[in-house]
Design a protein around this ligand. Structure first.
Ligand code: ADP
Ligand code: MG
Length: 565
């Protein structure tokens, strides 16, 4: 073995560790869930690598997870014979947090901590390996990567530093040993060396893990003789493969938390099975709140691909379009090769059919929520509406469905959003278009001079304030045969024929009266405007700037500029 080297945790990792050590998370049991989840991932990875890399010499005959307790030494060890980590991997994967947005999230956690609201944020984050430090004052990790001969020992007390040492012999895979904090005499509930406790946590959080989780248990028979035996603690049943009516919502929720690292229950659970020539099972979830990185670049999509119960990949982009990136879940296909690559996935006709069906199912679930569970739908729209509207730009097959499930702020009711169907039902006689205006905020739009004539005449106007609104209004031709018309662009005709006749005469007269002023303004403003004309749209403001029908709006102009175009 070589000398021991000391390293400092990356700043963000140190902050997260501090939060763990001071245990702002009230549910400490989840440390075991995190370690088992990592072990399970490591076994998945090894099996996949063994399939795809024929030169890798590993024994995959008995892949499993082991939990071992030493009551005297007060240690708890979680061991797997999975992929393991190289020395460099240990330093990068365990010593740093690579997730994007970590710094922002930690900042938010600290800010809300005093307000007692940090649990939810932490839950969104998925505390992972560091959760060990909620219950341990020292953690030792020993790991050897599949295919490598030397192993690595890592140790830390959760402070600012950790030590790393290269060691000669260790079994392939990873073992994590927690040196548990001194026993809390009062609270038997937190005795993590008790067999019943471990059994309970595994059953609650990790029952569906596809690998056996084993523990050696002592048994005393009728004659008082004690023997030990190895037991498997989990049922290993893939939840998505079980018939729907046999799965309890609690089990679905737990599986969702395992997949998503979310703390709350999902808003909707969508479990379906497709039979026929191309069979697959899928279990999808709509979360009840947006993840912190929903609008960050490279945010991951939440659907995992399995083939015949074998995990193939996370973040399977081919199965869910970007605008539904918040949907979490598992799709397990029967007839794909385990060696399938992303390139092949992109071209596979079956995958495309699957995706189309999954998307339709998610959208119809939202539609059903909208029709039958108004409150849940409102939560959904508040959390994910902005992302869903992105679909209007690319998913032409479902454009109409997306319009149907969308809600918008409108001048009709300051408190409530409206659907387009509701807008259309309220349209005034003779109105043929859906009026809208885009802008940065509701109040900005409402105070805009463009609004005056519409308000005066009692026309309802949609108030679109999301950046994506600027784009889809141009991409979507109409809803229910009614065109979308910006009240800030081109000529909007609000008058009836009679009014027009009368106005025509008045207008001629007024144009004569103002001819001198108009030509003076045109000359003075010069290059800055195309034309100065009299308007019938204003009732109280003296003047306003109007875009040409084909001009881009000021907000869009800003967006393009921000994108460097
Ligand atoms: P996450 O699992 O969300 O990536 P963790 O903090 O739980 O975050 O783990 C960090 C990384 O450390 C994992 O992504 C994985 O690469 C590595 N790791 C942790 N535990 C193991 C293990 N038992 N075997 C192999 N790699 C592991
Ligand atoms: Mg993890």
């Amino acid at each position: 073995s070589t000398g021991v080297e000391t390293f400092e945790f990356q700043a963000e990792a140190r902050q997260l560790l501090q939060l763990m050590v001071h245990s702002i998370y009230s549910n400490k049991d989840i440390f075991l869930r995190e370690l088992i989840s990592n072990a399970s991932d490591a076994l998945d990875k090894l099996r996949l690598e063994a399939y795809t890399d024929k030169d890798l010499e590993v024994d995959t005959a008995d892949l499993h997870i082991e939990v071992e307790v030493d009551r005297e030494r007060r240690t708890l060890t979680v061991r797997d014979n999975g992929i393991g980590m190289s020395r460099d991997e240990v330093i990068i994967l365990i010593g740093t947090i690579a997730k994007s947005g970590t710094a922002e999230l930690l900042q938010k956690i600290r800010e809300t901590k005093d307000a007692g609201g940090s649990q939810e944020l932490i839950g969104q984050f998925g505390v992972g390996f560091y959760a060990s430090f909620m219950v341990a004052d020292k953690v030792t990790l020993l790991t050897r990567r599949a295919g490598e001969s030397s192993a690595t020992r890592w140790e830390s007390d959760g402070g600012a530093t950790y030590v790393v040492e290269t060691v000669d012999d260790a079994p392939q895979g990873t073992s994590v040993t927690l040196h548990l904090r001194p026993e809390d005499q009062e609270d038997q509930l937190f005795d993590y060396t008790a067999e019943w406790k471990i059994r309970e946590i595994v059953k609650r959080y990790s029952d569906f893990i596809a690998w056996p989780i084993r523990m050696t248990v002592e048994k005393t028979d009728d004659e008082g003789k004690t023997t030990s035996e190895i037991q498997t603690l989990n049922s290993m049943k893939a939840l998505w493969a079980r018939p729907r009516d046999e799965v309890k919502q609690d089990e679905y929720n737990e599986f969702y938390r395992h997949l998503s690292h979310d703390w709350t229950d999902p808003l909707e659970t969508i479990h379906m099975r497709a039979e026929g020539t191309f069979e697959y099972e899928s279990l999808l979830f709509i979360p009840s709140r947006a993840p912190y990185d929903l609008f960050m670049r490279n945010a991951k999509r939440g659907v995992q691909l399995y083939v015949k119960r074998v995990f193939i990949m996370d973040d399977c982009q081919e199965l869910m379009p970007e605008y539904l990136r918040f949907v979490k879940g598992v799709v397990d296909a029967q007839d794909l090769s385990l060696n399938i690559s992303r390139e092949i996935l992109q071209q596979d006709r079956h995958i495309q059919l699957m995706r189309r069906r999954l998307v339709r199912k998610v959208l119809s679930t939202v539609k059903d929520m909208q029709a039958n569970h108004a409150e849940r739908y409102q939560t959904f729209w508040q959390e994910f509406g902005r992302a869903v509207k992105e679909g209007l730009l690319g998913d032409f097959d479902n454009q109409n469905t997306i319009l149907e499930i969308s809600s918008f702020a409108s001048t009709h009711d300051p408190e409530k959003l409206t659907t387009l169907a509701e807008y259309v039902a309220r349209m005034k006689e003779g109105q043929t278009e859906i009026y809208y205006m885009t802008g940065e905020s509701r109040s900005m739009i409402e105070n805009s001079p463009h609004m005056e004539a519409f308000r005066a005449k009692g026309y309802e106007v949609l108030l679109l304030t999301d950046p994506v609104d600027e784009m889809w209004v141009d991409a979507v031709p109409n809803f229910d045969g009614k065109r979308f018309q910006s009240i800030a662009k081109g000529q909007v005709d609000l008058d009836t024929d009679e009014e027009k006749e009368q106005a025509g005469a008045e207008r001629e007269q007024r144009e004569k009266d103002f001819a001198e002023l108009l030509s003076w303004l045109t000359g003075t403003l010069g290059e800055q405007v195309k034309e100065v004309r009299l308007s019938s749209r204003l009732t109280t403001s003296p003047a306003c700037i109007v875009g040409d029908a084909e001009d881009i709006t000021p907000t869009l102009e800003k967006m393009y500029r921000a994108m460097g175009q």
